[in-house]
Write a protein that binds this ligand. Structure first.
Ligand code: ADP
Length: 532
């Protein structure tokens, strides 16, 4: 009787049960000891001559890929890589990168993708924070860290170095990879993902897509995006084929479609903006192409940002199957998935062994149809942010719906339940945005702007009022200075990825503030475009 009103359950018992238990009845028993190296080894044994990786005019069978990974495993172990170490992989998409990921995991080490396209200051920040035991690069790099360069190594021929003692297969709690993502205070944070979570994701997506030896996956995504793990590992643990897009990139739509066609790709993954590029290049256009053969329709997986209904309709019409995957890096790539109904685009239902809760500000489940913050639980959760226990504790909180010791991840995404148990994505609760598939905290851009000596105050917003969404930086110059866009852009480009650089810089006398004294980004985003 004397409970505070805010803690009274707002849901009738049967609805509470439906949203917390019934729609989270995702439990599925996957083999306890399964891991990427173990599942891959089983495929090597099952069909050693099947093609595993295709990169330009090179094709490696499962047996050849296995031998190459063994050679590299030997070299890595000679360099001290073993259980618990971190190996930075500073490679673009290539068959060598695929070999490297397998070899690192075989050592029971974790890999850290370091995007060669990112500016040097950004790469240095990530390397300093993660402090890897070794950096794998294409050529000697001049880094002041232990490096293994590929130019002096033949992965395809020669003896397989004898390992110095046995390494057990990775355990579910071993770290598989460490992936850096934008931090709101200006410092990227490393999400630490365990083998158990990675395996659970792969087996869940396998079951949803019916993956098997006939599937050929396009590997189009940079290793610094976690969806690349699906393109690389899902085929390798299910007997399929990885088709590496090493000579074409995601912006070259015609080139990608050519590769899809010549390599007989059956499955591809991209952000909605990435799919738009492929549609514009003629994806799934009826009729034969210049070679006289009609391409087989693709299974298209879209993820990383909201899928607009118009795009969903067009994609659905031009593909064999359209699947929407939703998930933050902190919940291991995808947490929910669904075949897309273009008339009602959703992010689907939780994957096997993943649970989803929509909670209000008091932590109570919201009624069906009412927005709440999406919290995720179950096998997909990351271990946390490397070396950042404070940040980890803020967003990985105790799970009142699970067993003692289990955790909930607060995603910062707003969703509502549809009456059939699918989740409708509504937007963010904070200042994290997606621009061309890149996740960025607006606060990180602001922090870099404020590093500039002529900037007194700054706030960046995502404006979606034009055809292409763009980032606009509003700033207050220091007294007596005139800030010049080209200089600011150069300043930001030294530490931020190209895709998240603001396109416009607008000087203001002062930034608008909301009643709580914070910068009013909504007011900035709503400014009349012609005023800028
Ligand atoms: P990923 O690379 O798996 O997309 P990120 O950690 O980079 O993961 O970004 C996660 C965020 O991206 C989510 O919290 C959400 O805001 C947005 N997001 C991801 N997938 C979708 C989707 N299918 N629909 C809407 N938003 C999405």
């Amino acid at each position: 009787p004397d409970r505070p009103v805010a803690q009274l359950p707002v849901l009738p018992a049967d609805e509470f049960d439906r949203v917390t238990r019934e729609w989270n009845g995702t439990g599925r028993a996957y083999p306890a000891g399964a891991s990427v190296p173990g599942l891959f080894a089983a495929r090597v044994a099952a069909d050693p001559h099947a093609p595993a990786v295709v990169d330009d005019d090179l094709t490696l069978s499962y047996a050849q890929l296995d031998a190459a990974a063994d050679r590299l495993t030997g070299l890595l172990r000679q360099r001290g890589v073993g259980p618990g170490t971190i190996v930075a992989v500073a490679l673009d998409r290539s068959w060598q990168a695929v070999v490297t990921l397998l070899a690192v995991l075989r050592c029971r080490a974790a890999y850290l993708p370091v995007d060669p396209q990112h500016p040097p200051a950004r790469r240095a920040l990530v390397l300093d924070d993660a402090d890897p035991a070794l950096v794998v690069t294409p050529t000697a790099s001049g880094l002041s860290r232990p490096t293994l360069a590929f130019d002096g190594v033949d992965l395809l021929a020669g003896p397989v170095p004898t390992p110095t003692g046995p390494v057990a297969p990775p355990a579910a709690d071993d770290l598989a990879y460490l992936l850096y993502t934008s931090g709101s205070t200006g410092r990227p944070k490393g999400v630490a993902v365990r083998h158990g979570a990675l395996t659970n994701l792969l087996l869940g997506v396998r079951d949803l897509l019916g993956s098997g030896p006939t599937h050929r996956w396009l590997h189009l995504t940079s290793l610094s995006f976690d969806i690349s793990t699906v393109e690389v590992f899902l085929p390798l643990v299910t007997g399929g084929r990885v088709v590496v897009a090493s000579t074409v990139g995601p912006l070259d739509g015609a080139g990608v479609l050519r590769l899809v066609h010549t390599a007989g790709v059956t499955h591809a993954q991209a952000t909605p903006s990435g799919w738009r590029v492929l549609l514009e290049a003629g994806l799934g256009t009826p009729g034969p192409d210049a070679t006289g053969v009609a391409p087989t329709p693709l299974v298209a997986v879209t993820g990383g940002e909201a899928l607009p209904p118009a795009l969903a309709r067009e994609l659905r019409a031009r593909t064999a199957r359209l699947v929407n995957g939703y998930g933050p890096t902190e919940a291991t790539v995808y947490a929910t998935m669904a075949d897309v109904d273009p008339d009602e685009v959703t992010i689907g239902r939780p994957l096997p062994n993943v649970r989803a809760y929509l909670l209000d500000a008091t932590g109570q489940p919201t009624p069906i149809g009412v927005p709440g913050e999406l919290h995720l639980a179950g096998a997909g959760l990351a271990a946390g942010y490397r070396g950042r226990d404070d940040l980890t504790a803020e967003v990985f909180v105790p799970d009142p719906f699970g067993r003692p010791g289990q955790r909930l991840y607060r995603t910062g995404d707003r969703c509502r339940w549809l009456p059939d148990g699918r989740l409708d994505f509504l937007g963010r609760t904070d200042d994290q945005v997606k621009i061309r598939g890149h996740r960025v905290e607006l606060g990180e851009i602001d922090a870099r702007l404020l590093d500039h000596p002529d900037v007194a105050d700054a706030a960046t917003v995502l404006r979606s009022d034009a055809d292409e969404p763009r980032l606009v930086a509003y700033l207050v110059p220091r007294a007596g200075t005139v800030v010049e866009p080209a200089g600011l852009r150069r300043h930001l480009a030294a530490s931020l990825p190209q895709a998240v650089l603001p396109t416009d810089f607008v000087p203001l006398d002062r930034l608008p503030s909301s009643p709580n004294g914070k910068v009013d980004r909504a007011a900035l985003a709503a400014r009349d475009r012609t005023a800028d």
